[in-house]
Write a protein that binds this ligand. Structure first.
Ligand SMILES: [Zn+2]
Length: 526
């Protein structure tokens, strides 16, 4: 059993004018409070980043001492090693203490603000998460800017005016900042995070059903002094999280009917446990995004699905049984992606422009293609109960001084998916496979997988008629080159499970090599 988190977006059904005003008022208060908190903890965030850096440095120093001791095969810890270990623990404690001081500071600040209980809990968690992620980025050597709120007014004209009057470079920079600052769209507002779903109506989100099976959400949107606050009776409604009947009154919020299909009900509400939620306002509509924890039954795999980065296709996949029978194969077409890539490269060459919007668009386009491919692979893997097998790119060395070993692939040569995209595919597959109860991908070295024949095991570089067609010089077997490679990648995992443990640590004898193994297996069958 694996725990999976999925978020479901429910639309609030046709809210009246009063209810819309009520929600917007709540969201705006929430946003103002959030920025107030962020302003208040900015210097604490800077302190935290410094402390996080100190922890990381102590950790690095400790690791060096530790590694030296392991290399020297000493069992006793050195004084230096002990020093850094203690230092690290001490600094970590200091950082934790400081974090709880900040937490109390935030809570105190929020107590005085006119916001509902659910909002204050969410802001505190969101702000602390912001501090933590900023520190992590800085420690990792990345840029991290403390979030800045956008002004409501368009500052362009003021900026232009300031630019004309500017004399010093500082004045010029300020003016440019003004010109470049995009005004805030007053129709959007920051979503409100709610992390509670217990029975206390003054701080929770609850999913409820009435006797007719209609689904409602209880949202805590009022503070005690809100002009919208009035008593609401929750009568004989089923709490969908606990299954218990709820009878309560409160003036801390409101019941809103949700648009919810049976599919949503089945998929999330019935099988999942609600964790947290967000009230969202977009394009004049209100939504509640609820995150559910779902338990997924583990699938026992019996077959193998190999994925090859295609030359003609974006990628090809094949399902192979343990006795090397091919159950299914297919590919994801990638010509649109390639056209787009080429056009983008061409544009880049001509204009020598910096990567701007087109780079962004291109990445989004590529991501979309990779997501679609991942979905196909997961669907196939689930249907045939497969362990997904990918090509291990970490073993491929690059650069002119590295000679490729025999049979090794040219790393990115003419491949539709480059290294980064393949890593992305792996990432997508990892969570998508976990979400359906399948194991995460395993990897094999791709050597010989594009020139070996999946029918007879004969491996030769002439086994290719052209880029797209595989034709075995020994048995005459013909196949699409990408499909053949995908079958080999899946087979190679089977091979490695059978042969791998026997040859670990020694130089591999020819009879244990992949192509010999393949030949033996295929000959045994015929
Ligand atoms: Zn052959």
């Amino acid at each position: 059993m694996a725990d999976v988190y999925k978020t479901c977006l429910f639309k609030i059904h046709n809210p009246s004018k009063r209810r819309r005003a009520m929600m917007l008022d709540c969201l705006r208060r929430n946003e103002r409070a959030y920025w107030k908190v962020l302003d208040a903890v900015k210097s604490d965030a800077e302190d935290d980043a410094i402390m996080a850096k100190q922890v990381a440095e102590a950790n690095d120093a400790f690791k060096i001492e530790f590694r030296e001791r392991k290399q020297a095969k000493r069992s006793a810890e050195s004084t230096k090693e002990l020093h850094w270990k203690e230092q690290m623990q001490h600094l970590r404690e200091l950082r934790r203490d400081k974090a709880s001081v900040v937490r109390r500071k935030i809570d105190k600040l929020l107590q005085e603000l006119p916001i509902p209980g659910s909002s204050s809990g969410g802001i505190s968690i969101d702000a602390l998460a912001q501090i933590k992620s900023t520190s992590e980025l800085l420690v990792g050597g990345q840029e991290a800017n403390w979030p800045k709120r956008r002004p409501i007014e368009d500052s362009y004209l003021d900026g232009l005016d300031a630019m004309c009057k500017a004399v010093t470079t500082e004045e010029l920079t300020t003016a440019q900042d003004l010109i470049n600052t995009k005004p805030r769209d007053t129709n959007t507002v920051r979503p409100m995070s709610i992390y509670r779903n217990d029975l206390l109506l003054a701080r929770s989100t609850l999913l409820l059903a009435d006797e007719k099976g209609r689904i409602f959400v209880w949202l805590n949107v009022h503070d005690s002094k809100s002009r919208f606050a009035r008593k609401v009776h929750v009568k004989d409604m089923v709490n969908l999280r606990t299954g218990e009947l709820l009878n309560k009154s409160s003036s801390a919020g409101e019941l809103f009917p949700l648009e919810c299909s049976n599919w949503h009900l089945e998929k999330f509400v019935r099988d999942g446990t609600m964790q947290s939620s967000k009230l969202i306002y977009r394009n004049n509509e209100f939504f509640v995004a609820c995150t559910f924890k779902l338990s997924v039954e583990d699938v026992d795999t019996m077959n193998y699905l190999g994925v090859d980065r295609g030359i003609e296709m974006l990628a090809a996949w094949a399902v192979v049984t343990p006795d090397l029978t091919v159950l299914a194969s297919g590919d994801a077409e990638g010509s649109t992606l390639r056209d787009y890539q080429r056009a983008a490269e061409e544009r880049f060459k001509q204009t020598q422009a910096r990567k701007g919007f087109s780079g962004m668009k291109w990445r989004a386009f590529g991501d979309h293609a990779i997501h679609t491919l991942a979905n196909v692979i997961v669907a196939q893997a689930l249907e045939h109960k497969c362990q997904v097998v990918l090509e291990d790119l970490t073993v491929i060395t690059q650069g002119p001084h590295h000679k490729r070993t025999k049979g090794q692939r040219r790393s990115n040569f003419a491949r539709m998916l480059n290294r980064a995209q393949y890593a992305k595919l792996e990432g997508f597959l990892e969570y998508k496979l976990t979400a359906v109860g399948l194991p995460t991908p395993v990897k094999v070295r791709a050597a010989f997988t594009s020139q070996g024949c999946n029918k007879c095991g004969h491996s030769h570089k002439d086994n290719r008629l052209d880029q797209a067609t595989f034709k075995c010089v020994s048995c005459g077997h013909e196949d699409n080159a990408d499909h053949n490679a995908a079958k080999n990648i899946a087979s190679k995992r089977i091979y490695w499970q059978e042969v791998g443990p026997k040859v670990s640590g020694k130089k591999m004898q020819d009879k244990y090599k992949f192509d010999s193994w393949m030949k033996q297996r295929r000959n045994l069958e015929t």
